[in-house]
Design a protein around this ligand. Structure first.
Ligand code: AMP
Ligand code: MN
Ligand code: MN
Ligand code: MN
Length: 304
């Protein structure tokens, strides 16, 4: 495991003092914009530091970094890994790692296989409900990218089966519905290990989106910190101040137990017509220790 994190190329004081967005998606997973188009939009939105964090893939990272070259926008490698905490699915964002390392590539390959198998099962279940051609439809929309439930949702809209993606999730693909196929994703600790072995920082994504009670969420945060997790998304996508305060109070509680978790943030941008999660549209509250402090001196690296 790397004990010192280097500054990524292009990551300078200017990038760190501007608008930061460390969570977004491109066509490499379930986003609508190509990595280059995403970077260009981020520039227009005034973003100074961007991490592309596609679901379970780093396929878009090189294109994004290249698109950011020579501009006032620094792009760092990222990923949003799907993982299991016990039987629960959680999302772990990895940032600022060597995206060509074997640790990251094998974590990606493993999930790619799981996603392909899951897509076949989802399609079979939808076929049984009378939705014919679901697999071919979703695959055509994914265009070789990592396939996910949003591709099925989009296909259902295009085929006229439902009037919106939200409806597709509500009826067929969301929690507890027919297309919510359970998968044994790699466990939380393995996932954190892969990210850190590649020199990166591990961040728990959108902690309030797992439907956990405060007690269970606290247990998740403690397990996450004990396994080498370094930060939590204090702000992700659309979030109200009460929710932000809730996360901050959980972090304080974790710190009383002796674990330091830093703060990260991101829009979770997927597509242009969703102003509530526009690129660069998030701010960290005052008084938190940002995750990027880990990347500035190396000496501040979490020792766990
Ligand atoms: P997957 O990674 O294939 O399990 O799909 C999860 C993705 O589906 C999330 O990252 C979201 O982009 C999307 N998603 C989840 N719930 C909804 C919803 N209710 N409406 C639209 N998209 C959703
Ligand atoms: Mn998504
Ligand atoms: Mn997520
Ligand atoms: Mn996301």
């Amino acid at each position: 495991m790397n004990s010192v994190l280097e500054r990524p190329p292009g990551l300078n004081d200017q990038a760190l003092s501007g608008q930061i967005d460390l969570h977004c998606h491109s066509t490499a997973s379930d986003g609508i914009l190509s990595p280059a188009a995403l970077v260009s939009r981020a520039k227009c939105q005034g973003v100074s530091l961007l991490a592309l964090t596609d679901h379970d893939t780093v396929a878009g990272v090189n294109e994004a970094i290249l698109a950011g070259h020579g501009d006032d926008l620094a792009v760092i490698p990222g990923v949003e890994f799907t993982a299991c905490w016990g039987k629960r699915v959680v999302h772990i964002v990895g940032l600022n790692f060597d995206h060509e390392s074997t640790e990251i590539l094998s974590a990606v390959t493993l999930r790619d296989k799981l996603r392909e198998e899951r897509a076949e099962i989802i399609a079979e279940k939808l076929e049984k409900r009378g939705f014919h051609g679901a697999l071919a439809g979703a695959q055509a929309l994914a265009e070789g990218a990592v396939i996910g439930r949003p591709h099925f949702a989009r296909w259902m809209v295009d085929a006229g089966h439902v009037d919106s993606m939200a409806r597709a999730f509500k009826r067929y693909l969301g929690a507890g519905k027919v297309g919510d196929v359970s998968v044994e994703w790699p466990q939380l600790d393995d996932t954190i290990r892969s990210i850190r072995a590649a020199g990166g920082s591990a961040i728990l994504a959108h902690p309030l989106k797992y439907g956990l009670t405060r007690t269970r969420l606290l247990a998740l945060l403690m397990d996450f910190a004990a396994a080498g997790g370094q930060a939590v998304e204090v702000v992700c996508g659309q979030q109200n101040p009460v929710q932000t305060r809730e996360i901050l109070s959980l972090l304080e509680r974790v710190s009383v137990e002796g674990w330091d978790l830093r703060a990260s943030l991101g829009s979770d941008f997927h597509q242009p017509d969703q102003p509530w999660r526009e690129l660069g549209g998030v701010r960290l509250p005052a008084g938190v220790e940002p995750v990027w402090n880990l990347w500035q001196t190396g000496a501040k690296q979490n020792s766990n």
